[in-house]
Write a protein that binds this ligand. Structure first.
Ligand code: FAD
Length: 600
């Protein structure tokens, strides 16, 4: 059953009214991102998502990727053809440098397009997601020779890329990486070791795969300061760019997983037959630093995954609720003997929770996407710095909060279906299973939260966090002073939530220095609090924009009234979580640490 249609009206609203697409399109280098071009790109992406990727989603889940004797992997029927069309249509290089064949479009536009890929088929979309990460690493840190050798084909999608961080003893703690890289005296290295959980580490789409690998050189210091980054192609590349000899990196198995079955998750053995030839990216021992630059974008993309899968689950639940007839809804006309479940107030509560949370996540992520573009391209250096500081603060929130909410939204998606939600046939169960990985890879929620309280909050004494809280407070005050009853109510709830967030930030800044265990006990609730308030902030801005359009008499009035009603629901029913979270953070974190190990 085809389940996904890109929510284009909503996407356009967020792009134009909240993320400032017009302003982003005026940044130097983005002149091609005219409103007409962007509109055409969104239409095309939406068609590709619905017509090509969505029909493969359930097929991929059922068939899964298959490991073959000899170390190859067969992806489910239809995936290779879809990938080749995807690459041919240029989707892989949307934001990439035109010097390497990319289209140089804003991250903001790519954010909307990526959401569609993940909504239509998360397992498929992971391959380009990881390739983007590998391209990013090479673009930012690779030598001209490495760029010349690999980038054009990766940007074109002719070759895919992977990120090889994880080893069995090195997951969240990458300081424990043991893969060895031994210099060969000719500028190249030979790598020995095993990487696990490598997404699309082997596939049958393309004739080469470019692995970005973390490893240690023989003279490297212990810990995080001794990790270097290498590029290791599956097949060596000849000087004329053609594919050469097979390199010594082999897929020894793939994992059997809870979800994303069509995405092969590989165990890769490096150097079992003499050593895998690799090339150093950037400087020796700076690999982790490079990985973090690149992981920022990958983390952002995983947040977008959360939004895509949440939207998918919402659409499916909405369709089911409109169709399923069950019982008599309270308070409705007694002459009507049965009702669709959409008439039941609790089903409406579930659907509106799904809708409001998905729209909140989307708005927060797109606003962050626009800030990424401004941080890179704004003509004013101070403005660039301010945008970058905002991006740095928001990335763990977009990743951590959106993926945690994706669990709640897909959970509700199952619940709306009742028993049929538990039965694979409806697809709600697949959404629930597929979403589950998003809070784990690219750093678990706890790792995002550690980043948020440490590097992003305590390091500057909370300065950036407080600046953003100040901006939220201004929106809250403006709405609270409105004559419109809905906006007024939204404004006053947002003001209370903002105060609760400010209180928690003050506490975190002190606790990180003085009571680090308590601070870390509160880190995930703190991340959630940020998400809840940032979501309320953006929905409030959306309600304000909708009211303005309604007053002007422009736009689709039903849609705009829906935006205000959704923001009001969020303010009344979800934003109050902020004060409870703030209390749990500031008063409850010691309690988290109360039990001795033996008492667990
Ligand atoms: C399907 C799939 C695809 C993946 N794709 C890739 C890939 O392409 N490339 C790649 O390199 N890796 C990949 N991974 C690995 C993934 O990034 C790791 O699984 C993840 O980072 C967590 O590491 P871990 O599994 O070792 O868990 P652990 O690090 O053992 O974590 C276990 C628990 O302890 C918590 N914990 C650990 N350390 C801390 C801490 N400092 N503070 C607070 N809590 C902590 C975690 O939050 C978690 O709850 C993939 C994994 C899966 C399952």
């Amino acid at each position: 059953m085809s389940a996904y249609h890109a929510p284009l009206k909503e996407i356009r609203f967020v792009l134009h009214e909240l993320a400032g697409l017009e302003q982003v399109g005026k940044l130097p280098g983005f002149e091609d991102a005219t409103p007409d071009t962007v509109a055409a790109i969104l239409e095309e992406a939406s068609k590709f998502a619905t017509e090509v990727l969505d029909p493969l989603n359930a097929v991929g889940d059922r068939a899964g990727a298959q490991w073959q004797e000899g170390g190859s992997v067969r992806t489910p029927a239809g995936f290779k053809a879809a990938y080749l069309r995807f690459a041919e249509n240029g989707w892989n290089g949307l934001t990439k440098n035109p010097e390497h064949g990319g289209q140089g479009l804003p991250q903001l536009v790519a954010t909307a397009v990526e959401e569609m890929w993940h909504g239509a088929n998360m397992a498929f979309a992971l391959c380009p997601l990881l390739t983007q990460g590998a391209i990013e690493a090479l673009e930012l840190c690779g030598s001209d020779a490495l760029k010349a050798k690999f980038l054009d084909k990766m940007v074109a999608g002719v070759w895919t890329g992977t990120m090889n961080l994880t080893e069995s003893q090195a997951g969240s703690d990458l300081a424990a990486v043991r893969t060895r890289a031994v210099p060969q005296g000719d500028g190249s290295f030979r790598l020995y070791g095993q990487k696990i959980f490598i997404t699309y580490g082997e596939q049958d789409y393309t004739d080469n795969i470019i692995h970005l690998v973390l490893a240690r050189t023989p003279t490297a210091p212990e810990g995080v300061k001794g990790i270097s980054l290498f590029v290791v192609p599956k097949f060596l590349v000849n000087d004329d760019g053609s594919v050469g000899a097979r390199n010594d990196v082999h897929c020894v198995s793939i994992e059997h997983k809870l979800g994303i079955h069509a995405s092969p998750t590989a165990v890769l053995a490096y150097g079992d037959h003499g050593g895998a030839i690799g090339y150093l990216v950037g400087d020796e021992n700076r690999g982790l630093e490079y990985m973090f630059i690149m992981m920022n974008l990958a983390r952002f993309s995983v947040g977008i995954e959360g939004i895509g899968i949440a939207e998918r689950a919402y659409q499916r639940a909405r369709a089911y609720a409109r169709d399923r007839v069950q019982g008599r809804a309270p308070g409705l006309d007694k002459a009507t003997p049965t009702a669709t479940i959409l008439q039941h107030p609790d089903v409406r509560r579930m659907l509106l929770t799904m809708k409001a949370q998905t729209e909140a996540m989307r708005a927060v992520a797109y606003v962050t996407g626009a800030a990424i573009d401004n941080a890179r391209r704004h003509p004013d250096v101070d403005a660039r710095k301010q945008h970058q500081a905002f991006v740095d603060l928001m990335i763990p929130i977009v990743k951590g909060w959106s993926t945690e909410l994706a669990q709640e939204v897909t959970y509700l998606g199952v619940q709306v279906h009742g028993g049929m939600g538990f039965i694979e046939e409806t697809g709600a169960a697949q959404d629930y299973r597929d979403a589950r990985i998003t809070t784990i890879y690219e750093g678990t929620t706890a790792i995002q939260a550690n980043d948020l309280i440490g590097r992003k909050t305590a390091r500057d004494g909370g300065a950036v966090a407080r600046r953003v809280i100040g901006e939220i407070g201004k929106v809250a005050a403006e709405l609270a002073a409105s004559n419109n009853a809905d906006l007024k109510a939204i404004g006053s709830e947002l003001a209370a939530a903002t105060a609760a967030l400010g209180h928690a930030v003050d506490w975190v800044v002190e606790a990180v220095a003085g009571a680090p265990r308590a601070a870390h006990a509160a880190s995930v609730p703190h991340l959630r609090l940020w998400g809840v308030v940032a979501g309320g902030w953006q929905l409030a801005r959306g309600a304000r924009a909708a009211e303005k359009r309604l007053a002007e008499g422009s736009g689709d009035a039903d849609f705009l009234r829906g935006k205000i009603a959704t923001a009001r629901f969020y303010a009344d029913c979800l934003l109050p979580q902020a004060s409870a979270l703030s209390q749990a953070i500031t008063r409850g974190s010691e309690a988290v640490l109360a039990l001795a190990d033996a008492q667990f």
